[in-house]
Ligand binder design. Structure first.
Ligand code: GLU
Length: 494
């Protein structure tokens, strides 16, 4: 069997949608599973839709997600470079190639010049709409002779080149997800292949490139399914062997509508900014529309590669469930190396103004402990700001009425006075003291259990719940604890 070769072929038109990164991911998983080659090709033939910086963002997002490729467009030392034997891999650099193949189709009678003006086409579409017909080119220029067409081209007339589909012919292909598909050419438009600006359309470029780049499997979103018969016809017209097709179900929101910006976060960039981990997003996205045989839900990239196959991709749309993403991502936040999670947390803490660079430099150990005690309760890194806020503010905010009631219980003052005395008698709250302080207060006051712990926790943190209390004591240290006690005594218990 020949080498498996797949490609991801995005258009650089903006931030990369998570549906699109999932397409890239499935391509990648299948390629690696089959020891094949993966290509990144840039489809920029629609020059009107290009967005500055989109190419860089795209490559950066793929690399962040850990989706590696072997050929195509890369960024090295800040520069766009191309690697591989089948380049260029940017379509706007391949115009001569497309022109040659368009000419071949014209010569073989599979394509024709069309000189219809925009006005004529608009009027035609309008008329068809009024009649309730599906808008379609009426074939006005199909019967022009090649000589006449060439003469008009030579005279400088503006033209496009259209595909000349035979009448009433069934075009069939098999899709690994959708099964066998047959469409009659009478239901397909004579697709424009070459535009008047000299650029090919997507349809022309995609077929030529996939053939020349020896792509064996085309894995893309199902929005391209209606275009596939035209592509299949082109393969036949050229006499080329067609690839295997796999059309992936659209990523939907919970209302089964296409996931769009209106529903909140949709780009890889959005999730990255919020502090999702690449392995969390990738793991979850793999499950949107696919599941492994054992229904395992936490999967590393290597496990995904090992388990992935197209026969377990569902036909129905994949539902994007943010709660599930949060659960998967939370798993990685809790189980990853603490040093790494701390590194990821620091930018958010800096941005919120809770710490500064100086602090980052001098208090690494403290920061790691802080991150460690709160990471249990967060789903993505930016949530950490809210979770640690109480540590940085000695003006204790009592969370709710229930907590306030506990704080105002009869033993609290006694407890806090005892705590103050104990703290005043030490230089610092070291690890040992943080572990024994509550026992010492118990000894000094005779108050114990819930009656001791609850009011103390509320007094120091403002809340009835939270991370391990001894760790909080250690993190806050002597001075902060004393400040808090005075503040609470004065504000709530005076
Ligand atoms: N350029 C197309 C896109 O942006 C690629 C479709 C395909 O993979 O054939 O999705």
């Amino acid at each position: 069997m020949s080498e498996v070769r797949l490609r991801f072929a995005p258009s650089p038109t903006g931030f990369i949608h998570i549906g699109s990164i999932r397409t890239a991911l499935y391509n990648y998983l299948f390629t690696r599973r089959n020891n094949g080659k993966f290509i990144l090709r840039i489809e920029d033939t629609d020059q009107t839709r290009l967005v500055e910086g989109a190419l860089e963002n795209l490559i950066e997002s793929l690399s962040w997600a850990g989706i590696q490729y072997d050929e195509g467009v890369f960024i090295e030392d800040g520069k766009v470079v191309q690697k591989g034997d089948h380049g260029p891999y940017i379509q706007s650099q391949r115009l001569d190639i497309y022109k040659k193949y368009v000419d071949e189709l014209i010569e073989k009678g599979h394509a024709y010049h069309c000189f219809c003006s925009k006005e004529r086409l608009d009027a035609l579409r309008e008329e068809q709409k009024i009649k309730g017909l599906v808008p379609k080119y009426d074939g006005f220029c199909r019967s022009l002779s090649l000589e006449e067409a060439k003469e008009r081209v030579a005279n400088g007339e503006e033209y496009v080149v259209r595909l000349k589909l035979p009448k009433n012919r069934d075009i069939s292909f098999t899709d690994l997800v959708r099964g066998d598909i047959t469409i009659n050419t009478d239901d397909i438009d004579d697709q424009v292949l070459l535009k008047s600006d000299g650029y090919p359309t997507y349809h022309m470029a995609v077929v030529v490139d996939d053939h020349l780049m020896k792509v064996t499997h085309i894995v893309r979103g199902e929005e391209w399914l209606p275009s596939t018969p035209k592509h299949v016809y082109l393969y036949e017209a050229f006499g080329w062997e067609k690839p295997v097709y796999v059309h992936l179900p659209t990523v939907l929101n919970k209302d089964r509508k296409k996931l769009s910006k209106r529903h909140g976060d949709v780009s890889v960039e959005d999730f990255r900014k919020k502090g999702y981990l690449p392995e969390g997003l990738v793991n979850y996205l793999a499950l949107v529309g696919w599941s492994p045989e054992d229904n395992e839900e936490i999967l590393s990239m290597d496990e995904l590669i090992e388990k992935f196959s197209f026969d377990r991709v569902s036909k129905a749309g994949g539902i994007f469930d943010k709660d599930k993403l949060d659960w998967v991502n939370g798993h990685y936040i809790r189980s990853s190396d603490l040093g790494r999670i701390t590194d990821l947390a620091i930018p958010y803490l800096l941005e919120a103004g809770l710490i500064d660079e100086e602090f980052v430099k001098n208090k690494r150990e403290w920061l790691e402990l802080l991150v460690d005690i709160v990471r249990e309760g967060i789903s993505y890194m930016s949530e950490i700001v809210e979770k640690v806020d109480f540590i940085f503010n000695n003006e204790v905010k009592v969370e709710d009425e229930e907590a306030e009631k506990v704080l105002k219980g009869e033993g609290t003052k006694v407890i806090l006075e005892a705590m103050k005395e104990l703290l005043n008698g030490v230089d610092e709250v070291d690890e040992e003291l943080s572990n024994t302080l509550m026992k010492q207060i118990q000894k000094a006051t005779g108050i114990k259990g819930k009656n001791l712990f609850m009011p103390t926790r509320v007094a120091i943190t403002g809340s009835l719940h939270g991370p391990e209390f001894s760790k909080i004591l250690y993190l806050l240290g002597k001075e902060n604890l004393l400040e808090r006690i005075d503040y609470v005594l004065d504000k709530y218990l005076a």
